[in-house]
Design a protein around this ligand. Sequence first.
Ligand code: NAP
Length: 313
Amino acid sequence: MKIEKNVLIMSLFPNEITQLFDQTFNTFKSYEQENPEKFIESVSDNIDAIAVMGGTKVSSELIKKIPNLKIIANYGVGYDAVDVDQATLSNVKVTNTPDVLNDEVADTAVALTLCVYKNISSANNFLLEKKWLKSEFPLSKKFSGTKFGILGMGRIGKTIAKRIEAFNCEICYHSRNEKDVKYKFFSKLEELAEYVDTLCVITPGGEETKHLVNSNILQKLGKNGFLINIARGSVIDQQALIQALQNNIICGAGLDVFENEPNVPDNLMKLDNVILTPHIGSATVETRYDMGKLVYDNVVKMLTTNSTISPVN
Ligand code: NAP
């Protein structure tokens, strides 16, 4: 099926998805260009749709420069890098990729949690550096049976909770509104942080959640507490977190996301009570294909029927 419309692809998608776009539309790939901005300006009059990975900025200036734009299809459930208000003003639909990544991101959250409790990364290095020949690796902390707090009981938060049940943990959560779930609700994040052993962050990013986890919340989490962030770097005051980790105000952290990706501060990387991953929450072949296919399906639907599958505005 060939559709005579023009799609601007701003980020690298899985090969099969790029091929689908190439077979169906006329495509313009700004991420391959030495000067993406200049390239976009040169083709902007013709573009009908944008396909973009969450994290690549789609600013109000960019949206205003593309007069025939009908859809910004975001590859990721978090769309905080897209100026949705401007898109709405310009009559442009924004879509994201909810649900298809719930299992993957929840699996990553559990992996980070177990890795940081059991100090897996340091244990791996200990063996590779042949230190085992001389001594035993220090004892770590038990995770099963602890109190597990979730900040953001949405689609992914619920999927994490289901997995954590298997560890006989007491599951609690905070979000702005109480949800229809069996877990204990805390209307104040502060009180949740004080109550639990692990605080797992899985809210959206953006201004509304900026630095929700600050030095006060870290103090409440306390010296036996662990922080897991699988949401967005902006939700945590990273400087306060580094200080809390350096001064044993909390016990450890598992972080998949950072404030200024892909830059990670040296003083965070030097700590041995952290496990750090490069924003791989949903990054498997299978899940990234499913996400890419939903991006493609949204673009096809919008450009053929003027409707979408997973709209955010
Ligand atoms: P979702 O279903 O919309 O859930 C978000 C939850 O956060 C809701 O329970 C919401 O409840 C709560 N929330 C929103 N604002 C809040 C606030 N100010 N204070 C407290 N709670 C708040 O979203 P999802 O599909 O689970 O995805 C969540 C986020 O995960 C995404 O937006 C994305 O940023 C992140 N993510 C990261 C990765 C990764 O690779 N690391 C992958 C996928 C997603 P209330 O509205 O009741 O507050």
